[in-house]
Write a protein of this length. Sequence first.
Length: 253
Amino acid sequence: MKLKDKIVIVTGASAGMGKAITELFAAEGATVIALARRKDRLDELAKAAGEKGQTVIPFEADLQNQSDIDGAVKLAAEKYGRLDIVVNNAGVMDEMLPADELTDEIWDKVLGINLTALMRMTRSALKVMLAQGSGIFVNIASIGGLNGCRAGAAYAASKFGAVGFTKNVGFMYATKGIRANAICPGAVSTEIAAAGITHPSAFGLERAGAGLSLNPRSGTSEEIATVALFLASDDSSFVNGATLVADAGWSAY
């Protein structure tokens, strides 16, 4: 098992990529503290893991609250004595809004969850990781953080920010036994579109969809989970501050 006895925090763990990552990491021997707002789904995830002899700890959290983030890190430190891996997965979409249609409400929500929460979790976890002299961050960014129009303006800004933040953390703490890498998925079948694209901008949707015909195929949450496992394990010990694109070749055109 690649993550035997590792203590892991996964955000946005109740569905999609976060759920798949939680399941795979637990199967690989990790104790996973699974964060999300939907406690009922986390409980189901923990129950299913327990039936397989695996460990998933449900932790209800609103990632816009620093106290919830700190509480999860405190749980890892106090109950298990360490925190080995953090997967910053939680994210939301932005109704495909171009800049002229963008509202402060959407901007604050998308940046708050996609970037500010990532920063706050990293900041909190670093206190534990620096003390123990090791740690790994796997941040779920997007090819929307490498290319300009895979969604609206707020989503693009948040994911470009996530990529830049990841690279900064990776280099800053490279001599402290800490690594940080970002996964940039292409189109993946998850709930994020249904939850974040309910009243899309017609203009923004048309412009963002201009390159959809070039996409070879959509991916699955399980495929992204295997990439996360690679970055969270010793298999990627020499990989730091990197962006790993997983999009079936969509952005290679």
